[in-house]
Design a protein around this ligand. Structure first.
Ligand SMILES: Cc1ncc(COP(=O)(O)OP(=O)(O)O)c(N)n1
Ligand SMILES: Cc1ncsc1CCOP(=O)(O)O
Ligand SMILES: [Mg+2]
Length: 511
């Protein structure tokens, strides 16, 4: 069943923003949108002709009807026209958060100014927003004007963006997304920012892409917040919701057309399937990061463009923790294998990597070394497999210069786009299913996401890993992924030789 998301917002008679945009954007991401309307704006592509706030009694009756029957996973709040509305909505949210068995997440898009420049709220609302609403908000998504209006910080560059976000967090918002559509820094670019306070120590994400040249951008703010709400309802992590919302908006801006004489609405399209619509993850050491004056993370420079794998179809990929298992797999004809040793003295690790490399040569297989990239270089392994957390620690320049392939782990859309910055030799997606081999709490992707990852990364050999056994191998292979990586399906099989043969058959058969 679809997840339920409410939007508490104003109606835009022109159909481009507000409630109308919200429902369409939610529909595009496969959630069911419910509405509580706060104002009826008389609006067209030229501007706002009238603003008709709905009474608090009527708003309350809508909220009660929904609460009685269709509780929300996420509540998206848009235009609140006056202090009474802010107080009413805040009281209700507080009640939901303290009484519902699954409290809803709250995404607040502090709509203050229409794209026509018209003010959409009474001017005295800022202190009510700060005092009543922000402490209840999980994600706030202001644009440049709204950020300045709420915080008084003028967004002249990244440090001002961080300062404004910190103020919003100090008033209670757990995460902040500052939409960069209105600033032009670096020139010709659109830079968006997200800080997620719900992760350990807080995590920052910066996205950037060239500005899409169209006047038809009405409704981008509402749509972006609605996609974030929809993705959170589907339990995507915020960083994935952030990048998907941005890609959706880029796709919509490219397809936007004029209705009426003025600014047309951003087009409401579908789940973004085209890599060109995705923004760049701004990685320290990259050109955009330098333009934004981000500090380099360490002494190593970024490297991109690793040697190609021999094929885009790597087939069955055995990930094992001993040289003994590595040889058993190679001897059964598996061509892609990985030594993933999490324990051992320096000497033991060195010996194991040396032996693994020799075995690769003996059986004409391709041996990847997990984590121990220095040893992989030293012994001339075929490749190295690294995780996201290794990207700022490993000497990627040295790996590339030594001619080793690089496989990268990714867990979700944001990490996939981050890995794409490095142009690795292959891209791994995981964990597809729950696994006991490694703690992957909160990182289970499922087949639905894998079906999006594979075509987006179709330039790479792709690998699926995590919880894959014989029963699941065919459905995983049917996504078009070029390789299925397994640990236990081989090492815990009662007959590993038979398991390998059956896995090979399941992966290589057409369905
Ligand atoms: C093929 C493949 N994909 C993903 C992983 C996970 O690697 P990493 O993120 O480095 O985590 P650890 O394996 O080190 O726990 C992998 N090993 N192989
Ligand atoms: C190393 C790793 N990375 C993501 S899931 C995983 C473990 C996969 O093991 P299994 O195939 O036994 O589920
Ligand atoms: Mg690793």
């Amino acid at each position: 069943m679809k997840q339920v998301v409410w939007t508490i917002a104003g109606s835009d008679s022109g159909g481009g923003a507000g409630i109308q945009a919200d429902i369409k954007a939610m529909q595009s991401f496969g959630v069911h949108g419910c509405t509580a309307i706060t104002a009826l704006t008389a609006q067209n592509s030229l501007g706002v002709e009238a603003l008709n706030p709905i009474s608090t009694e009527v708003i309350e009756s809508q909220l009660l009807a929904l609460e009685h029957d269709m509780k929300a996973a996420v509540i998206k709040i848009g235009m609140l026209a006056n202090v009474q509305q802010i107080q009413l909505v805040s009281e209700h949210i507080k009640h939901y958060q303290s009484t519902w068995s699954v409290p809803p997440l709250v995404v607040y898009d502090p709509v203050a100014i229409a794209s026509s420049g018209d003010l959409l709220t009474e001017e005295d609302t800022v202190s009510a927003i700060k005092e009543c609403l922000l402490p209840l908000v999980d994600v706030i998504t202001p644009n440049t004007h709204e950020t300045q209006l709420l915080t008084g910080v003028y967004l002249i560059g990244p440090s001002a963006v961080r300062e404004a976000a910190a103020k919003l967090q100090s008033w209670g918002a757990k995460a902040v997304v500052i939409k960069g559509g209105h600033w032009d820094y670096p020139s010709g670019y659109c830079i968006d920012y997200c800080i997620d306070g719900s992760t350990d120590g807080g995590s920052e994400y910066w996205l950037g892409n060239e500005k899409i040249q169209t006047p038809h951008s009405h409704g981008t703010g509402c749509s972006m917040a609605s996609v974030i709400a929809a993705c959170l309802a589907k339990q995507y992590p915020l960083k994935d919701a952030f990048i998907l919302a941005k890609a959706y908006i880029n796709q919509g801006l490219k397809a936007a057309v004029r209705y009426g004489e003025g600014i047309g609405p951003v087009a409401q399209t579908c789940f973004p399937e085209n890599l060109d619509d995705y923004p760049q993850v701004i990685e320290a050491g990259s050109w955009l990061a330098d333009e934004l004056d981000f500090d380099a993370p360490n002494e190593f420079t970024m490297a991109a463009g690793f040697p190609a794998c021999e094929s885009k179809q790597l087939g069955l990929y055995a990930v094992v923790d001993t040289v003994d298992w590595l040889e058993k797999c190679l001897a059964q004809g598996i061509k892609t294998v990985q030594l993933r040793m999490k324990q051992g003295t320096e000497r033991e690790l060195d010996d194991a990597v040396a032996a693994a490399v020799m075995l690769g040569k003996k059986y004409d297989g391709h041996v990847y070394i997990n984590d121990h990239w220095q040893l992989a270089i030293k012994h001339g392994a075929y490749g190295v497999h690294l995780g996201q957390e290794d990207l700022l620690e490993a000497n990627l320049v040295a790996i590339k210069e030594a001619g080793l392939r690089l496989g990268l782990s990714t867990h979700g859309f944001y990490e996939m786009l981050r890995a794409h910055n490095y142009r690795p030799s292959y891209m791994a997606f995981g964990a597809i299913y729950p696994t006991t081999t490694k703690d992957m709490t909160g990182q289970i992707q499922g087949l639905e996401k894998l079906k999006h990852f594979v075509p987006l990364m179709s330039d790479y050999p792709t690998v699926a890993i995590g919880g894959i056994d014989l029963a699941r191998a065919s459905e995983v292979a049917a996504t078009g992924v070029g390789s299925v990586a397994v640990v236990r399906a081989i090492t815990e099989a009662s007959d590993y030789q038979q398991a390998i043969a059956e896995l090979q058959m399941a992966i290589n058969s057409d369905g």
